[in-house]
Design a protein around this ligand. Structure first.
Ligand code: DP6
Length: 328
């Protein structure tokens, strides 16, 4: 083995959503977006390059990945190989650390960990900004997991990959928490990639989306700067629901909401009426993420525990950017 490295990267949840690509080959988004990196969910990945390997392989949670899924991974690693002028094939080992019931498929932490490992293993020494433009081409949201805390992903200009990068805007080292409500479901959701493409192509409401994001993002940046939790929460919730509304208006219509998702959202509204401030957001799946003050977490969790099982409720705090690890 000539080159090797291992990294841990954490997942992130968007408060201003990324929904739609202007250039699918380069994963260039229609709009900017903004997220919070979380401590509770992460991926650990080791990559080894060797001239002795005949092809790229990946073991995810000790299970070898199928050839069709491997194509996107090899294409992703190629970006780094080209940059380094290296041809060797690789072996990748990756472990997802996601509390069991959550079922959060984590392409964000996965590509951030793999990209960080490639960067070090191949001696590229890219800074986080440049690395984010590579990681983006594995999965858009992964580009935000290259940093901890609150992260802004700039949409960038035209077809210029280097212009669409991420940066940390605040380390989120204040009273912020997120309760993940894992909604168990038999229904296999539409992937975010397919869902966003279908929405861009068929939803008449999508035309309004970029202007809404622009307004929400400007207000969100001010709210974070001021540590104004109320405004942050209100904008996050509204932005997420506007995104989900574009899906309901797609043709054919679709939604990620399940019965328990709606129950969780109603519970948040009830807690708010009772003076316990919290807000919800949802992504391309049925889980509900409740944004709250860390100092209110115990109360909020207790209220949810009346309706949900203990393993459906996962507490998270702001998390860090990728970290080099010792692989055992
Ligand atoms: C709803 O990053 O999973 O979670 O770029 O095609 O890999 P690809 O999509 P992905 O989409 C995430 C969509 C979202 C919103 C968000 O995270 O901003």
């Amino acid at each position: 083995i000539t080159h090797e490295a291992a990294y841990r990267a954490h997942t992130n949840i968007a408060l201003i959503k990324y929904w739609g690509k202007r250039n699918p080959e380069l994963f260039l988004p229609v709009t900017s977006s903004l997220s919070l990196t979380l401590d509770a969910f992460y991926t650990e990945t080791r990559i080894q390059f060797s001239p002795d390997y005949t092809r790229d392989t990946l073991y995810l949670n000790h299970k070898q990945m199928e050839a069709d899924e491997m194509a996107h991974i090899s294409h992703f690693v190629d970006l780094f190989r080209q940059e380094a002028g290296v041809q060797a094939a690789c072996q990748i080992n990756s472990i997802n650390h996601v509390p069991t019931a959550a079922g959060l498929a984590s392409s964000a932490s996965a590509f951030a960990a793999l990209g960080s490992a490639c960067n070090t293993a191949l001696g590229l020494n890219m800074d986080a900004q440049q690395l984010s433009t590579f990681v983006r081409q594995g999965s858009g949201s992964a580009s935000r997991s290259v940093h901890g805390g609150f992260v802004l992903w700039h949409r960038g200009e035209g077809d210029v990959s280097s212009s669409s990068f991420t940066e940390q805007i605040d380390d989120a080292n204040w009273d912020i928490g997120m309760l993940v409500v894992a909604v168990n479901t038999e229904v296999k959701p539409f992937s975010s990639r397919a869902g966003m493409q279908h929405t861009v192509e068929t939803s008449p409401f999508y035309q309004q989306w970029p202007a809404e994001v622009e307004k929400d993002l400007a207000l969100m940046l001010e709210a974070i700067e001021a540590q104004d939790f109320t405004t942050m929460g209100e904008i996050s919730e509204h932005n997420a629901m506007k995104m989900h509304a574009t899906m309901l208006a797609a043709k054919p219509s679709f939604t990620y909401f399940q019965g328990e998702s709606i129950l969780a959202m109603h519970l948040v509204q009830k807690l708010r009426r009772e003076g316990l401030e919290c807000y919800y957001t949802m992504d391309a799946g049925p889980n509900v993420k409740v944004l709250c003050r860390q100092s209110d977490m115990a109360h909020i969790k207790a209220a949810f525990a009346i309706h949900f099982k203990p393993d459906q409720l996962i507490e998270a705090k702001p998390g860090p950017g990728p970290e080099a690890i010792q692989w055992k």
